[in-house]
Design a protein around this ligand. Structure first.
Ligand code: ADP
Ligand code: MG
Length: 689
């Protein structure tokens, strides 16, 4: 005996109100029976079917399966029971509308690992239900009868001994109903078919048994004809629990989810795209000024073994630094005082549309520069003057031969990053660009300084001077205000520049531009190796602080930068999570649809685990296009003239993609949680109106 129900009772408890679904049901059911169940609405037909199909529990009596008691069954046992024994057909078709007939049927054949074999089997079944002509049609394009036939093919694909149909013709016209009934008969050989119906006339020629339910009880149980004896050679496919070769099926279902919900997929992709663009803009606009690299290479000044020193009182003189070098055995020092940052004012002139203050920074912190190189960071507002600003620095003879321009959206300051060599040798010359010279009452800008050895010490030439009558006059310029020079000649003219070029003897020249500011806040000692640098740290006397900058790595304010970065990234991550939550909330509306799909999967014997995991796969697929879209957005931003965007860095790309990935998987997680949180059985109770 396949199934035996002994005194089965099912009581519903909804908020303390008890309703009897069925009671005292005694039935024996076997292979080759074709049973119809009739009865009024609410009499308990669906309940009976659900108990048999283990979609619902029973509270009283005992259900025997192949003679085995089931009252001790665990959830896993039931899952296995459903998987191996039950195929279900509902009134409302229960197919996945956006998948084709073939895909729908194949879903029930996932246990077959070989794809070709699976397809062959699906085609056979589709042929059997007469849908070969519609094999590649989407479920939504099928008529009711065709949908139900698809479901029957799927039920057959499961190859379960028990086929349960709850009002399978409830939504079909007469012709389609007759076809479906005939089909059910056709497939009933060697199976137990139980059909709940309000239209017994369709089944009257096939049914071997008729059961009537009234008020939860069996009111009639009539044998109509002798069922065929079970064939001797009934061969049941041995279905092992591990038949869901997990990952592959998860992937497959994930892809189907993706395909079957194009609207959802498109909207998710769009939402993700919006996130990507937002994060990209935030990072591009604020990132440059906010994200501080913790470790950056120093330029060619030293190769390894650097110690950054500062004194407790914040003041470090060159002579003290020399002492420290002697104590620690440093081979080289960078006395880094005012040269680390200063500004140059470029007045409005023929080429410059307005006055600019250019902050010159010796900063291995942001850029690694070789001798003669500089990087000009130009804000959006100054882009049109970039070339003119560059020209000033390139023509001033201050060691800079090559300037790269970086446009920025983030700051209004024009910055010039100079190399170590320029910082140590030419910083004063750079800062003297457009200093002024005072001749008696008159003040005039100095364009640049040049060496002219023919001049006597203490005298200067003013090239391109309007002051032809000032020979012998006293000149004082702001670069070295405390010293006065005598103008020796003012005859030469250079039409290419606006201001005055000051020519002086090399002795004067160096006197003006030699660094004489004795106090620095921070300086650098260089050693032959990291080893020596490490040892030097211990040798530093009281009152000095040393920071090892290992290898070619220079660490500037690591603590501060670290905290700032942490806060910045923390904020970005928080924004991303917020996005994730927002998208989750918006898309929670689709939960019901997904739940319906998941229930279809479940009736096909696909474990819950597989369907939940498939959701992560689906979301991953939604995520994949952003890997291309983000660089594309970045590229477009770069191409827009004057946008100031630079192409996204690898690090920012990785960061944004990681955030997007977290967002989609967070959405998948939220989805899964709310799907699993709802009772599956409740939504399975369909077909009982
Ligand atoms: P049928 O399928 O014959 O129309 P059902 O088996 O759906 O009837 O229902 C039998 C009885 O159980 C009805 O009184 C119905 O109201 C009740 N019932 C069905 N499902 C539930 C449920 N989930 N919670 C509470 N009562 C239910
Ligand atoms: Mg019903």
């Amino acid at each position: 005996m396949l199934l035996r129900l002994k005194n089965i009772g099912k009581i519903y408890d909804s908020n303390g109100i008890l309703t009897i679904g069925i009671r005292g049901v005694n039935l024996c059911l076997d292979y080759n029976e074709f049973v119809t169940i009739e009865g009024e609405s609410g009499s308990g037909k669906s309940t009976l079917l659900n108990v048999i199909g283990a979609n619902d529990t029973y509270e009283e009596g005992e259900l025997y399966i192949n003679g085995e008691e089931t009252s001790h069954y665990s959830e896993a046992d039931w899952e296995k029971y459903r998987e191996q024994n039950i195929a279900t057909i509902f009134q409302d078709f229960n197919i996945i509308e956006n998948l084709t007939v073939l895909e729908n049927v194949e879903l029930a054949l996932l246990r077959i690992e070989d794809k070709k074999e699976r397809r062959k089997r699906a085609k056979e079944l589709i042929d059997r239900v007469g849908l070969t002509g519609q094999i590649n049609r989407r479920g939504s394009k099928l008529s009711g009868g065709e949908k139900q036939r698809t479901v029957i093919a799927r039920a057959l694909a499961k190859d379960a001994p028990v086929i349960l149909a709850d009002e399978p013709t409830g939504n079909l016209d007469v012709k389609a109903s007759k076809e479906v009934a005939a089909l059910l008969k056709e497939v009933s050989k060697d199976k137990l078919v139980i059909v709940v119906t309000h239209n017994p006339e369709f089944f009257s020629e096939y049914a071997t048994r008729r059961i009537r339910v009234f008020d939860g009880k069996i009111s009639e149980d009539k044998q109509l004809s002798e069922p065929e004896p079970a064939s001797e050679d009934v061969k049941r496919e041995e279905i092992s629990v591990s038949r869901f070769h997990g990952l592959k099926n998860t992937l497959h279902i994930g892809v189907l989810n993706y395909k079957s919900r194009p609207k959802f997929t498109a909207m998710m992709s769009f939402a993700l795209f919006v996130c990507a663009v937002t994060l990209f803009l935030v990072i591009s606009v604020f990132g440059q000024s906010l994200i501080k690299p913790l470790t950056v290479p120093l330029d060619g000044a030293g190769t390894e073994g650097k110690v950054i020193v500062s004194s407790a009182d914040g003041k470090l003189s060159e002579s003290k630094l020399d002492e420290l070098a002697a104590i620690t055995g440093a081979g080289y020092i960078l006395f880094d005082n005012t040269t680390s940052e200063f500004s140059v004012t470029l007045p409005e002139s023929g080429n410059l549309s307005e006055e600019y203050t250019v902050t010159c920074i010796y900063s291995p912190y942001e850029y690694t520069l070789k001798k003669g190189e500089a990087v000009l960071v130009i804000p959006q507002s100054a882009v049109h003057d970039a070339e003119a600003i560059k020209t000033v620095f390139l023509n001033a003879g201050v060691g800079i031969e090559n300037i790269n321009t970086v446009k920025t959206l983030s700051s209004d300051a024009v910055k010039l990053y100079i190399s170590y060599n320029e910082a140590s040798e030419n910083a004063d010359r750079i800062s003297a660009i457009y200093s002024t010279v005072r001749l008696g009452e008159n003040q005039t800008p100095v364009y640049t300084f040049r060496i002219n050895e023919t001049l006597e010490v203490g005298s200067i030439n003013l090239v391109n001077s309007n002051y032809f009558n000032v020979v012998g006059e006293t000149a004082v310029f702001s670069a070295k205000a405390e010293k006065a020079y005598t103008v020796a000649d003012a005859s030469a003219r250079d039409k290419s520049v606006n201001g005055i070029i000051v020519e002086m003897n090399s002795e004067d020249y160096y006197a003006v531009f030699e660094t004489d500011n004795e106090v620095a806040e921070q300086s650098v000692l260089f050693f032959a190796s990291d080893e020596l640098a490490k040892k030097a740290l211990n040798k530093l006397p009281e009152g000095y602080m040393g920071l090892l900058a290992s290898g070619s790595i220079y660490v500037q304010n690591p603590g501060e930068a670290y905290t700032e970065d942490l806060m910045w990234y923390g904020a970005l991550i928080a924004v991303s999570l917020l996005f994730g939550v927002l998208i989750s909330i918006i898309f929670m509306r689709s939960v019901k649809i997904y739940q319906a799909d998941f229930n279809v999967y479940r009736t096909l014997g696909i474990p819950n685990k597989v369907s939940s995991r498939s959701l992560y796969i689906q979301m991953f697929m939604i995520f994949i296009p952003t890997l291309v879209l983000l660089p594309l957005v970045s590229l477009v931003a770069t191409v827009i003239p004057g946008s100031g965007f630079t192409f996204i860095s690898a690090w920012n790309f990785a960061f944004i993609e990681l955030m997007l990935f977290i967002i989609v998987e967070l959405v998948a997680f939220g989805f899964n949680k709310s799907i699993n949180g709802q009772s599956i059985r409740k939504s399975l109770r369909r077909g009982s109106k």
